[in-house]
Design a protein around this ligand. Structure first.
Ligand code: PXP
Length: 236
């Protein structure tokens, strides 16, 4: 199983001051040097974290793969066709949400999704659809021409350690099996952390996990002791 690291939070922190620190390119480089197989960024319609110039810069610097998360928006599609990331992951997007809530409704807009991803597939970009672990959504995804689905692990992650965990985990497992039987390759992500990630090993054939929040959160505390003592030594 491979790890894709989502670095959107680095851009959120940078944008808090409007400067260049911390650098998303540096974060991507560190992720790659430490075993990440790909780097994920979500170019949101409101550009609240990752900006256009970030994806242009990353595509020229990455040694691994860029996985571009995007909504079904024409201007973002234009950028994707221009930079040609290794893969895109189609996600639903609501302006008011804090992070991606729920999977894409592929079944309810099959023709629209199929049409939207066609130019991307024609350009040789791998397409993944971020969906809830739901039979109807998996079956619809298999009809679109996309090569991958990314199963939304958010509900499983929230239920981890509670009574509903098993039920939510089984939804992921069954959806992955169904998807693979229909010829789709399967990634997973959202809400995975250092406690709940181990159960992903119980799902046969999962290709890649896309993880952001828990990694960046941990990095703050693993990095803070050095950052404080370094500054202290400069001051004393
Ligand atoms: N996969 C998708 C499609 C996402 O939208 C996100 C969040 O941006 C992730 C994975 C990573 O989720 P988290 O930050 O909770 O690890």
């Amino acid at each position: 199983m491979l790890l894709g690291v989502n670095i959107d939070h680095i851009a959120t922190l940078r944008n808090a001051r409007g400067g260049v620190e911390p650098s998303v390119e540096k974060a991507a480089e560190i992720a790659e040097e430490n075993g990440a197989s790909s780097v994920t960024t979500h170019l949101r319609e409101d550009r609240r974290h990752i900006k256009d110039e970030d994806v242009y810069s990353l595509i020229s610097k990455l040694k691994t793969r860029l996985n571009l998360e995007m909504a079904m928006a024409e201007d973002i599609q234009k950028i994707a066709l221009d930079i040609k990331p290794y893969s895109i992951c189609l996600v639903p997007e609501k302006r008011q949400e804090i992070t991606t809530e729920g999977g894409l409704d592929v079944a309810g807009q099959l023709d629209k999704v199929t049409e939207f991803i066609k130019p991307l597939l024609d350009k040789g970009i791998i397409v993944s659809l971020f969906i809830d672990p739901d039979e109807e959504q998996v079956k619809a995804s298999a009809k679109t021409g996309a090569q991958f689905i990314e199963l939304h692990t958010g509900t499983y992650s929230e239920c981890y350690g509670y009574e509903e965990e098993e039920q939510e985990f089984q939804k992921l497992k069954k959806s992955a099996e169904l998807a693979q039987s229909l010829g789709l390759q399967v990634n997973a992500g959202h809400g995975l952390n250092y406690e709940n990630v181990h159960r992903m090993h119980e799902i046969q054939g999962l290709q890649e996990l896309n993880i952001g929040h828990s990694i960046i959160s941990r990095a703050v505390f693993t990095g803070l002791p050095e950052a404080v003592s370094k500054m202290n030594s400069l001051i004393k």
